[in-house]
Design a protein around this ligand. Sequence first.
Ligand code: R5P
Length: 295
Amino acid sequence: LRLFSGSANLQLSQEIARYLGMDLGPMLRKRFADGELYIQIQESIRGCDVYLIQPTCQPVNDHLMELLIMIDACRRASARQITAVMPYYGYARADRKTAGRESITAKLVANLITQAGADRILAMDLHSAQIQGYFDIPFDHVYGSPVLINYLASKQLSDLVVVSPDVGGVARARAFAKKLNDAPLAIVDKRRQAHNVAEVMNVIGDVAGKTAVLVDDMIDTGGTISEAARILRQQGARQVYACATHAVFSPPAIERLSSGVFEEVIVTNTIPVPESDRFEQLTLLSVANVLGETI
Ligand code: R5P
């Protein structure tokens, strides 16, 4: 078994390697003058089971291309089996056509990864579970929720209500609520007018006087979750926690999340959060053990 890391989240890769008691394999990665990427695996991997760790987070196109080149290099080096370990699967939100003449980029990415030569995928908290079906190779879909739930449970919050910030996330929030002593569930009915612009309309369920825990798969610009928090406060929630696996954190997420509306923002390290983006209310949990154990 050999582990290699792309450049997207070296720290997580190192943690996974430490969990497995292994070193990351040597890989040369350089750029040509025109920006093209060069990758060379610097040891023999002939006949090996190779795991390539690369969340396709920002800059998404670069990290995706890097993953494809890594897969291709391993295939051409006669690896026996190549697993693409994608703690975060970028382009997942375009998983179906919602208007005419659009691309389904989640499927396009699946085609590219398969075509490059991956034999198996290991991904965490896909935006929608059906993306597994876009691949015709084995797919392990794992969850960051045990890590998030353990942390929340350790806080022993009282009068808890788990809230989905949109209708699409109800199943996820319900699973959280079940694990948190069967806490009640509430749903924010969100209407979106444009990409990355969230508009919150209504809360279904009772949140007055309660500690609300908003659960989402990702926080991108922070619009969805901060609008949800605003309406929960309006409806009388005593405290609002935000909880998500993927800290995409595109601007102006940091300003929105650190504005004081949240008691705490709890995310995992599937995507690196630079020191400069860390704010007082942020809690960063590691999913290295979950991924390491699955590998
Ligand atoms: C939407 O379906 C997703 O689950 C997230 O709620 C959304 O992508 C978060 O984006 P933003 O933070 O930009 O509102």
